[in-house]
Design a protein around this ligand. Sequence first.
Ligand SMILES: Nc1ncnc2c1ncn2[C@@H]1O[C@H](COP(=O)(O)OP(=O)(O)OP(=O)(O)O)[C@@H](O)[C@H]1O
Length: 288
Amino acid sequence: MTTEHALSFNNVDKTFGKNAALTGCTTHVNVGTITGLIGANGAGKSTLMSVAAGLTRPDGGSVTVLGQTPSQRNIPHGVSYLAQHKPLYRSFTVAEMLKFGAETNTSWDNDYATEIATSTKLSLGTKIKNLSPGQRTIVAIALVLGRKPQFLMLDEPMADLDPLARRTVAQILMADVAERGTTVLLSSHVLSEISDLADEMILLGTGSVHLQGPIEDVLHDHFVLTGQGDPHTVVGSATLVETRGSSHMRTHLFRGPAPHIATSDWAVAPVTLDDVVLGYLRTEDVPR
Ligand SMILES: Nc1ncnc2c1ncn2[C@@H]1O[C@H](COP(=O)(O)OP(=O)(O)OP(=O)(O)O)[C@@H](O)[C@H]1O
């Protein structure tokens, strides 16, 4: 762990019965970044966040969050975590929920939380149970940001939001990062959301990390090669991640420096985030 890391996992394991959720998971989140946590259903994203928040105890390995070891007795100061199910009291009004936030947090910014909660024009007098799932998400985000966290973890925060509300939440998060220097770890299945919002990414595949780094570097470090025959004859030192297509025309995803190709038998193209993520998720046999 260095002070540049808001979160640091070293060889972390977590098993639920026979289900291995995290297996030798080693990763970190750099301070001051918005990091996108990507992975297939069941890859371990929620478990990683729950362990980092101190709500789930790992079986092995070490976890450091804002310089502290999280546990149920020691939820690290400065951490806010919004779980996927967005816990709120259904019988409370929005105003009562915000009051609850004020009463249970020593560092609470009521004006800021109220501004976020009302950013999509919902009324403070409405009961939580009468809000739509998307409106509940906005209130939940107001509650986690009202605590003025140093490190914010959001588990699929955009899943219920309409396109306009998504944009509102994205702007709220980017403003928070710019003005308060908050570090954000955000999981999503929508890759366009990750490329719009995040500077860095962690790609989790069944419990351990396939790939991690600044998104720009990840894209720069991969290329797609299309053609027939053995691609290794033209790629140099790059590592094959995945191959698709028929024997007539194959598309190969490679990690490493893109080659200069002097023959019309092969074509090299830059990748999108979709190419990289889908390529890794489609194959079990990936370079780690
Ligand atoms: N409380 C639990 N009891 C039993 N198994 C669990 C529990 N929580 C998680 N798991 C298992 O651990 C694995 C990882 O689950 P997790 O919810 O962390 O994945 P995820 O990447 O967040 O998935 P999704 O994208 O579907 O939300 C899965 O196999 C899941 O079934």
